[in-house]
Write a protein that binds this ligand. Sequence first.
Ligand code: ZN
Length: 162
Amino acid sequence: MLLSIYGIELDVPKEYFVSITKGSLYFKGDLEISDHFKHTVTVFWDDLDEFKKVYSSPEDFFKEKVEAIENDRDLVGIKTEILNWPGTDSNHPAHFHKIAYSTKKRFTKELHHCIIGLIAFCETWNRRYLLFNEYYNNENSFEDNALKILGSFRCRCNKEGD
Ligand SMILES: [Zn+2]
């Protein structure tokens, strides 16, 4: 099922819930897509100029996120994977990735985290998009769905005349 709102397009399975945060606008907002087991894909959009004051490229955002994890004193291991987002073009630079890492505090068992994230800029509409799914403890039954939903994301600026 094609979900299309505020120029954001996503292919969402029919039985999933879609909830748009109250107060969302074309300029800034967020929505959540989830299944019956509360696996969630979150989509944020916001002003690109504001975002560029901090991160000049989608890759910068990814690098800083990885650095923050690497600086965690409880980090046991981290593995990153760069994925391919078919929506990339000259107006839509993007970074699609998977970050899996484990942490362990003294006297506790090791925790596993995984983030599948897509950060994309739209130079035409001056928006930036952030989509992600986060899960813990290797519960990755939802991963394929998350990859499909994130991979299906498109900015509609190419398709609209105005
Ligand atoms: Zn666009």
